[in-house]
Design a binder for this molecule. Sequence first.
Ligand SMILES: NC(=O)c1ccc[n+]([C@@H]2O[C@H](COP(=O)([O-])OP(=O)(O)OC[C@H]3O[C@@H](n4cnc5c(N)ncnc54)[C@H](OP(=O)(O)O)[C@@H]3O)[C@@H](O)[C@H]2O)c1
Length: 233
Amino acid sequence: MIVLKDKNALVTGSSRGIGQQIVEGLAKLGCNVIVHGRTKESCTTTLQLLQKYPVKKYCVYGVLSDENQVNDLIKQVQNLNIRIDILYNNAAIMTPYQQDYWKHSWEDWMMSMKVNVFAMYSLCSSFIPPMIENGFGRIINLTSSIKDQPELAPYGASKWAVNKLTEDIAIKLVGTGVRINTLDPGWLRTDLGGEFAEHPVEAVLPGALAPALIDDNGPNGDFFSAINHHLDL
Ligand SMILES: NC(=O)c1ccc[n+]([C@@H]2O[C@H](COP(=O)([O-])OP(=O)(O)OC[C@H]3O[C@@H](n4cnc5c(N)ncnc54)[C@H](OP(=O)(O)O)[C@@H]3O)[C@@H](O)[C@H]2O)c1
């Protein structure tokens, strides 16, 4: 297990839900964190929550369905002039549940792909090359175990694309100190997971930190399950 103290992590969608748990878990281990939400204001609660940890905290913002805003978000991170060691591509949207699963609109398909996949690709393409140069990096792409639910087809298919993208990038990272993996957080009570989810959001820790803590020759292109991962911190 590696030491995260003084490393820098960008966690998209950390203004609430699972991302908020992840930044707090990282901060507890001494990792500096970059909080992200759609707006600057939406990061406020998380930044307050992080006040008790003696780490550096930053806030960046942008709507991930908008290419210009994704590029601007990347600029905001680059302008911090810090090395990005860890990237959690956590933010995602789930399109509405369609009882009639033949009724998903093209707009819903596009939104899912833009936020959940295209933005992830842009963030990977901006931050992985410098990680390779630095000889260190951890990328964790949030996926889901959703299956057999055509009522949520755009969301399910976008997560399948996340898995495929992760596996394909992983091949290019063999022999580098950079590792990319997927993480299924489990079904958790968040705005996205809903009130009837199996677990409270806090249950995502400490398992969600496992793929950030792996050694340089650790798993690459693999699947992690936060709920089922035993971790002694
Ligand atoms: N909860 C579950 O049961 C569950 C199960 C499997 C997988 N997952 C995955 O876990 C990850 C986190 O889910 P969650 O349950 O924590 O979701 P959530 O509670 O809905 O939180 C979503 C986060 O993403 C940000 N976000 C939403 N739409 C965005 C957009 N268009 N552009 C930029 N940022 C946006 C939100 O920022 P604002 O606060 O500014 O809106 C917020 O920080 C997702 O990848 C999800 O697919 C969750």
